[in-house]
Design a binder for this molecule. Sequence first.
Ligand code: NAP
Length: 209
Amino acid sequence: MSRLPDKSGRSILITGATGAIGAALAEIYAQHGVTLHLQGRNAVKLAEVAERCRLKGAHVLMQCLDLRDSVALQDGLKVLEPLDLVIVNAGMNTHVGSAGESELLDEVEALLDVNLKAAMVIVHAVLPSMRMRGSGQIAFVSSLAAYFGLPVTPAYCASKAGLKAYGEALRSYCQIWCIENQAATCFRSPFCLTPLTNLTPCITSANNL
Ligand SMILES: NC(=O)c1ccc[n+]([C@@H]2O[C@H](COP(=O)([O-])OP(=O)(O)OC[C@H]3O[C@@H](n4cnc5c(N)ncnc54)[C@H](OP(=O)(O)O)[C@@H]3O)[C@@H](O)[C@H]2O)c1
């Protein structure tokens, strides 16, 4: 696991800022001199997180959008440049059914759009400017699930393994262009109980199988 990025970035984008980890990261990075761009779908939660960050001195701008909408995401990113640090944190989970049924295909597709495709859309939007400036950092929030497939969340594990591989490849790719600040960092969050990891009904049923 790589080091967490430092606070040197003055313009920072955090996706999934309405969630448990995203909101915590936003508050960690909130300080005078920092512009925080916070993304999420839940406008009420986004405003609450933004207010807490403003109280810590940060300049905060909000973007309420659905990451599955690539066009809206690309349009949103265009107005944010240049960014010093991008934390690709938003994620969703799916699970097998309570009687052991396969994951629902539409949920799997949505998961891949949020956990993997949106990360790539973001990279395509922000990397050219980082390359021109020769500095910048993109951090991907992967998971321990990238290292070992868990039986109740197959698609989630695949998406996080894909994200980990993408981040590793990107780091080597960026070194070719001499982008400073460890251009792509992939870190795995330790397990914590959040809406995303609340699989209690499914785990209970799996234990009963
Ligand atoms: N919790 C853990 O133990 C754990 C462990 C390893 C890795 N992670 C990773 O850490 C990251 C954050 O997880 P968390 O535990 O903080 O989960 P969380 O509280 O459920 O937060 C998920 C965040 O992703 C956003 N999101 C989901 N679907 C979206 C969409 N279609 N468009 C835009 N935003 C969307 C949510 O926004 P809205 O609520 O506004 O829709 C929310 O801000 C995820 O990538 C997760 O895989 C978590």
